[in-house]
Design a protein around this ligand. Structure first.
Ligand code: HEC
Ligand code: HEC
Length: 223
């Protein structure tokens, strides 16, 4: 009888742990469910191409983003990462008026639309990036990157599709530096898990990490 009680207690403790997916530990459950529902859709990239002009207005016809860094490069980002960001902008896990406005337009309301666009955009080739830092913080930034970030985002910022970890290599300097600062200030909910690490970085290190990544043009490991 005693053993049964112990066994029951062990199961009670182990079950919730087994059911938790650690990488989503900080995610809002509504957004998480919507993302998982979106991942079950089958993307139609041909339809995605038809919807893409809405996006090209800011992200460019080649998905390279705006050269001044005001809109990020999205071409060649992983399918799951793009899909998750689209869901997150809509589900209050990421705050940006311009993106929210686009995604609330009635013709982009279906998760299938998100999947189709993500299918098209993820297959676009990543373009060489000209929005890079001034090099002054490169040494400090590279060291910080390999110490705190490369374990997940990869040595050349290639990310990891299976872990829904974004590719950062070749992204705009201005954009990266801004997103890292937002994470440190808890102003980007889907990066809340970054806050503790980012707060330990100096401004020089943040700018240097962004500079290091902006210069990379990863050709290794596509998906
Ligand atoms: C009015 C300009 C504008 C339009 C139109 C627009 N975007 Fe964006 N997009 C932005 C800005 C600005 C950001 C950066 C937001 C931020 O800093 O959080 C962004 C961010 C993104 C991101 C996140 C990138 C990353 O690396 O995490 C994705 C994905 C994205 N947009 C896809 C799209 C798609 C797909 C469309 C078309 C349906 C679209 N955008 C239309 C301005 C725009
Ligand atoms: C434990 C793994 C892990 C570590 C360590 C990590 N990241 Fe991330 N990072 C992620 C994941 C996963 C995402 C996607 C978050 C989401 O959208 O849910 C992400 C997102 C990002 C983004 C947003 C990319 C975009 O396109 O908008 C930036 C920028 C970033 N990380 C920078 C960093 C930096 C800088 C460090 C080191 C200081 C770092 N990360 C450390 C896993 C990690």
């Amino acid at each position: 009888m005693k053993y049964v009680a112990v066994l029951c207690r062990c199961i009670a403790i182990a079950l919730p742990l087994m059911c938790t997916q650690p990488q989503w530990a900080h995610a809002d459950s509504g957004a998480q469910q919507e993302f998982q529902a979106a991942m079950r859709r089958t993307a139609d990239p041909t339809r995605g191409r038809e919807l893409f002009p809405t996006c090209a207005a800011c992200h460019g016809i080649d998905g390279a983003g705006a050269a001044d860094g005001s809109a990020p490069a999205i071409a060649g980002q992983y399918y799951a990462v793009i899909l998750k960001q689209l869901v997150d902008f809509r589900d209050d896990q990421r705050w940006n008026q311009r993106m929210e406005k686009v995604l609330y337009q009635r013709h982009l309301i279906e998760l299938t639309d998100f999947a189709d666009i993500a299918g098209f955009v993820s297959a676009l080739p990543r373009q060489p990036n000209r929005n890079i830092g001034d090099g002054s913080a490169l040494r400090a930034g590279t060291a910080a990157y390999f110490r705190d970030c490369a374990s997940c985002h990869g040595a050349v910022g290639q990310g990891n599709a299976a872990r829904v970890t974004p590719r950062l290599g070749g992204q705009h300097y201005i954009y990266l530096a801004r997103e890292i600062r937002l994470a440190g200030d808890l102003r980007r909910p889907n990066m809340a898990a970054h806050a503790r690490t980012v707060r330990k970085l100096s401004l020089e290190e943040i700018n240097g990490v962004a500079d290091y990544l902006s210069r990379l043009y990863p050709v290794a490991e596509r998906r």
